[in-house]
Design a protein around this ligand. Structure first.
Ligand SMILES: [Zn+2]
Length: 355
């Protein structure tokens, strides 16, 4: 989708809104202006062809429905696989069921974003189920041996996967940002989350566990956003930090990364009120205007008109030039959005040019 500049009018709006509503203002950046509208076409009850039917190489990201927690399976264009988080301990079987359905016998890479059970609990079942080999690489915030695996540390700037035109690059971990900035995690494990930019050609997916950035917690998001902007990385799909908690996804960060779509992994009836109204509002702020917010489950918090609840896994499929979303279940797809062209950032910050 093409996006207009409209910077002047938007700037006035944002500054006014900041004054009225007390939004934080990014200390070092002007604001990007994105036009409203162009809401995604919807087609309910459309049967989605399996992504593997396409002859051009594709990358798929499955946001697995693990209830309150996170788990995503990435199938790179060369068919290598990465499991990022594994939900809580009861989620292991859901992940295994998906692997069976997809005919995946081996996971090449595991990533534990941070040491909380709603992200790591399911690894035991997956590893016990024989889905790793001696060549599987496992990455975590800290080195160590647990869940039957030797986990290795990762540093900002590490490219933990490269193949078939796709890469997975670490942008932050343990409060260290790729540009050398350091934010003390203050004993908050969420702030230690591994942040990856998963890229295939022009498509960028940002996933960062439960990274913090709002509400007085250590703000790792702002310097992360700065670093992404400095490297010309603009995000097509943003996995919303911390299940839509109001303590994450601050407005400055969102306006820096300018995601087109957002995905929230959240559990029905969770005790945290996720996703929060504040985060949905920030995602839908006029200057950011996420096109659509996908959720694995309804959650226990707010909702918005552009929220689509999958009640199951959500699949993003891309050939690097465009991308689409589906609720690809074992029976049939119940929704399909896209394809959308990948937006490439072509200007120099803060010129906001995008084609
Ligand atoms: Zn979590």
């Amino acid at each position: 989708m093409k996006k207009d500049n409209g910077v002047g009018a938007r700037m006035i709006f944002v500054l006014g809104a900041a004054l009225i509503f007390g939004y934080p203002l990014c200390p070092s950046h002007a604001y990007a202006g994105l036009e409203n509208g162009e809401l995604s076409p919807t087609s309910d009850s459309v049967r989605v062809e399996p992504a593997t039917a396409s002859s051009s190489p594709r990358m798929q990201i499955y946001m697995i429905d693990v209830g309150q927690g996170d788990s995503a399976l990435v199938i790179f264009p060369d068919k290598r696989t990465m499991l990022i988080d594994a939900g809580d301990r009861w989620a292991g079987q859901s992940i295994i069921n998906l692997l069976i359905r997809l005919g995946i016998n081996t996971l090449d890479i595991l990533v534990a974003s941070h040491a909380h059970p709603d992200h790591t609990g399911g690894f035991y079942a997956v590893i016990s189920g024989g889905y790793t080999t001696s060549s599987t690489k496992a990455y975590a915030c800290e080195e160590g041996v647990w869940s039957k695996m030797k986990w290795r540390g990762v540093n900002p700037g590490d490219v933990i996967y490269s193949g078939g035109g796709a890469t997975a690059t670490c942008y932050a971990v343990n409060g260290h940002i790729i540009d050398g900035t350091y934010v003390e995690p203050e004993r908050n494990k969420n702030a230690r989350s591994i942040v990856l930019d998963i890229k295939f050609r022009g498509f960028d997916y940002l996933t960062g566990g439960d990274l913090t950035g709002s509400g007085g917690r250590p703000d790792v998001e702002d310097p992360l956003g700065d670093a992404l902007v400095a490297r010309g990385v603009y995000i097509d799909v943003y996995k919303v930090h911390h299940h839509g908690s109001r303590y994450s996804s601050n407005l400055c960060f969102l306006e820096e990364i300018m995601p087109e779509f957002a995905m929230i992994s959240v559990g029905a009836g969770n005790g945290f009120g996720h996703p929060s109204k504040a985060v949905l509002n920030r995602l839908n702020d006029a200057t950011v205007h996420v096109m659509r917010i996908f959720q694995t489950e309804r959650g226990a918090g707010a909702t918005a008109p552009n929220v689509t609840v999958a009640d199951g896994q959500i699949v993003v499929s891309t050939d690097g030039a465009s991308y689409s979303f589906a609720n690809e279940g074992p029976k049939s797809a119940v929704f399909s959005y896209g394809p959308y062209p990948v937006d490439e950032y072509v200007g120099t910050w803060p010129m906001f040019g995008r084609n």
